[in-house]
Design a protein around this ligand. Structure first.
Ligand SMILES: [Zn+2]
Length: 172
């Protein structure tokens, strides 16, 4: 599950291939969409494996823009803002135990979850010593799905290096 990005006319090894799984690719391309929409809009299906991409000229243009963003601190700022936004999202109710922290369906009963002893740290948080759910460790809530997607400066850096040497690219 992921995006394989192939250089059309690579000038070096770095420009041959770039890959991210879906959790890494979507936030990386979101960065491009948010900060360089005039280039992002040239890629028709950037969030799927349909072979969309950019030509040589636009790839190197995007590479230069990304390098400039890295140098100016724009990427670092974006990543920090993004992480802050994620940290402020409310937790979601766990769907396996419906928020109770104790999973009681047939599979859970079979593996002893309703009477399973809780780890000490969890027991202190939830105020009981047994009754478990493997979806939320017994807490009843879990991190929102958006936190599964991650973006680091190094992702932008590696993508820029690939773009500069790719001679254009296709997302497959
Ligand atoms: Zn649960």
């Amino acid at each position: 599950m992921g995006m394989d990005v192939y250089g059309k006319k690579p000038k070096s090894d770095v420009g041959e291939y770039f890959r991210r799984n879906v959790w890494g690719w979507h936030p990386l391309w979101d960065y491009v969409e948010n900060n360089h929409p005039e280039i992002a809009e040239l890629v028709e299906y950037a969030h799927s494996n349909d072979g969309s991409g950019l030509g040589s000229r636009d790839s190197s243009k995007l590479a230069k823009l990304l390098v400039a963003d890295l140098d100016s601190g724009k990427v670092a700022e974006y990543v920090a803002q993004r992480n802050l936004m994620l940290s402020e999202l409310p937790f979601e109710v766990c769907n396996l135990c419906e928020g109770t922290g104790i999973r009681t369906d047939a599979i859970a009963v079979e593996s002893g979850m309703p009477t399973k002893e809780l780890a000490e740290d969890i027991a202190i948080i939830v105020g009981r010593t047994q009754g478990y759910c493997n979806g939320c460790n017994g807490i009843g809530k879990k991190e929102p799905f958006q936190t599964w997607y991650s973006l680091y400066e190094v992702d932008v850096e590696q993508f820029a290096r690939f773009l500069a040497q790719s001679g254009g690219f296709e997302i497959c």
